[in-house]
Design a protein around this ligand. Structure first.
Ligand code: PGA
Length: 246
């Protein structure tokens, strides 16, 4: 895993934004894999600025988000679909029709749910039909999760319904206005799905990510530290600021 250390978070965000912009200029219908959360906000802000000030055209770009909570309507204030629209798709001019999310119909993947339609397989098929993901942006969670691949996730895992780890739910409690309002399940791309992206770019900023970065770099393919399962990808880069590098 290549690790690049930047003096500031803004520099790292700028570097990745320039890489994404170059990809989109060469390939206007590039396929991006996208994360939500605090970590990628500056990247999306910079890309939206490039769209506004420099005419960077995202109209033909296709996107697939890493994950979505189960049990929320698409317009729920905490739904990732809505978050992405507000933080990136609308300000960057990405048409809703070009954006892909796992279908989180209430019973998706639940025991006993109808297996006539499998939205997780549909999501994987949609990624394949788009030609695969060119560049995928990731953050690292407090328990080492990537997307919602919580500890215990296998390297061979694919898009599926998962139970959220207590720390993941606790971290979301304030945003939802209480732990009891945080969904218990989500649909996430699997580690194998993520590893099929042609470029992986992992972001980590701030002192609270320092131990996570160290463990990610040191561990090898440890299911209890899902981020370590990214090792071995042929084009994997970790972009961190100085405080996360320690
Ligand atoms: P954060 O979350 O970007 O809000 O720190 C990272 C993650 O849980 O993947």
């Amino acid at each position: 895993m290549e690790c690049r250390v930047f003096g500031t978070r803004t520099q790292a965000e700028r570097e990745l934004a320039v890489e994404v912009a170059e990809l989109v200029r060469v390939r206007p219908d590039a396929v991006l894999g996208l994360a939500t959360g605090n970590t990628p906000t500056g990247l999306y802000r910079e890309l939206a600025r490039m769209h506004r000030d420099e005419g960077l055209d995202f109209a033909s770009v296709r996107t697939f988000n890493l994950d979505e909570y189960c049990g929320l309507t698409p317009d729920h204030p905490r739904a990732f679909r809505r978050w992405m629209r507000e933080h990136f798709f609308d300000p960057a001019g990405i048409p809703a029709a070009n954006t892909g999310f796992p279908d989180v119909g209430e019973n998706v993947g639940a025991p006993g749910a109808s297996d006539r339609i499998d939205p997780c397989a549909d999501f994987e098929r949609a990624i394949r039909d788009a030609g695969g993901i060119d560049l995928l942006v990731l953050g690292i969670g407090r328990n080492g999760h990537v997307a919602f691949n919580e500890p215990g996730s296998e390297r061979a895992s694919r898009t599926r319904r998962v139970e959220l780890h207590p720390w993941t739910r606790a971290d979301a409690a304030a945003a939802f206005g209480g732990l009891d309002r945080v969904p218990t399940h989500a649909i996430t791309m699997g580690i194998a799905t993520i590893l099929e992206a042609r470029r992986l770019r992992v972001l980590a900023f701030g002192p609270e990510k320092r131990a996570l970065v160290a463990r990610t770099l040191a561990a090898t393919a440890d299911p209890d530290w899902p981020a370590s399962q990214l090792h071995g990808h042929p084009d994997l880069r970790l972009l961190v600021d100085r405080s996360a590098a320690g």
